[in-house]
Ligand binder design. Structure first.
Ligand code: AMP
Ligand code: MN
Ligand code: MN
Ligand code: MN
Length: 276
């Protein structure tokens, strides 16, 4: 089976390496096929593709779209779409638009618990200011010594019920699939094991995704436990979804797993890359 890593981030969203550096690291790690999947932004794709040509790696266009489903923030991956598609670009632009305003509201909430100046702090770390994310706030809080590492930031701050988390209107599930499919791409649920959904709600979500033409779910993910891998392998078979594999690499020393270093997909699943 080829070493396919179909989920990672660059400085175009909240990754720590430039697109070309991500590609070179993937090649060094033995990746055969890579998709760069920045949050809500596809500006890094041409840079990554040019680097992939140089190092002889198979490159696939990717994006990770932030959506809201029944009040929860969920991520939908798009693969192998036409990056010039006008509706996709306009749609992603609308998702990006709200992020700076959201960051101001996050900073205002943090100020209420005595943490001031976090808007400027997070923005300084965001190479692409339109893509300021909770990861930038998290890194800033670590830098200031508020928490010892990112993991503890996301235990005490920036998650629902904790200071620094604010509700936000992202795209809808139907929007995200419409944009991906309109551009000829393949829609995939990112890290399904990470969402705080009951079994029943997860099934309703997957059924809706299926009915909207969603094709795949990420079974092998840097943030999945072996139990998640078993569960989502079963659900992929049950719903007829193809299976994806992605590290969700954000940067050296920060991510669960390095590029290309995940176990292979379990036997008997249809790999999503067969649809490209
Ligand atoms: P946002 O899109 O602004 O809501 O930020 C989400 C990003 O925050 C994710 O893509 C990760 O980069 C980061 N993040 C969320 N939860 C965690 C966590 N528990 N540990 C580390 N990073 C996280
Ligand atoms: Mn991220
Ligand atoms: Mn994600
Ligand atoms: Mn991701």
């Amino acid at each position: 089976m080829p070493n396919c890593d179909l989920h990672c981030h660059s400085t175009c969203s909240d990754g720590l390496l430039a697109p070309a550096e991500v590609v070179r690291r993937a090649a060094e790690n033995g990746v055969d096929m890579l998709a760069l999947t920045d949050h809500d932004d596809i500006a890094g794709l041409p840079l990554a593709r040019a680097a992939a040509v140089e190092v002889g790696l198979d490159f696939v266009n990717g994006v990770e779209i932030s959506i809201e489903w029944e009040g929860l923030q969920i991520h939908i991956l798009g693969f192998a779409f036409a990056a010039a598609d006008a509706a996709l670009n306009a749609g992603l632009q609308t998702v990006r638009c709200g992020r700076i305003e959201r960051a101001r509201r996050m900073a205002a909430e943090l100020e209420k618990v005595g943490i001031d100046g976090s808007f400027d702090g997070a923005m300084r770390l965001a190479a692409n200011p339109n893509l300021v994310s909770r990861a930038h706030f998290g890194r800033h809080l670590v830098e200031r010594g508020v928490c010892k590492d990112l993991r503890s930031v996301f235990e005490s701050y920036l998650v629902p019920g904790r200071p620094g988390y604010v509700d936000h209107r992202w795209a809808t599930l139907a929007d995200s699939l419409g944009w991906i499919h309109g551009a000829g791409g393949v829609a995939t649920v990112a890290h399904p094991g990470r969402y705080k959904l009951s079994r029943g709600d997860m099934r309703r979500f997957l059924a809706e995704f299926h009915d909207l033409g969603g094709q795949a779910i990420e079974v092998m993910s840097g943030s999945h436990t072996p139990e998640h891998v078993d569960l989502y392998s079963r659900l992929a078979r049950e719903y007829g979804f193809a299976a994806s594999r992605g590290s969700d690499f954000h940067g050296p020393g920060e991510s669960y797993v390095d590029l290309g270093r995940l176990p292979p997909l379990p036997e008997g699943l249809r790999p999503v890359w067969q649809l490209f």
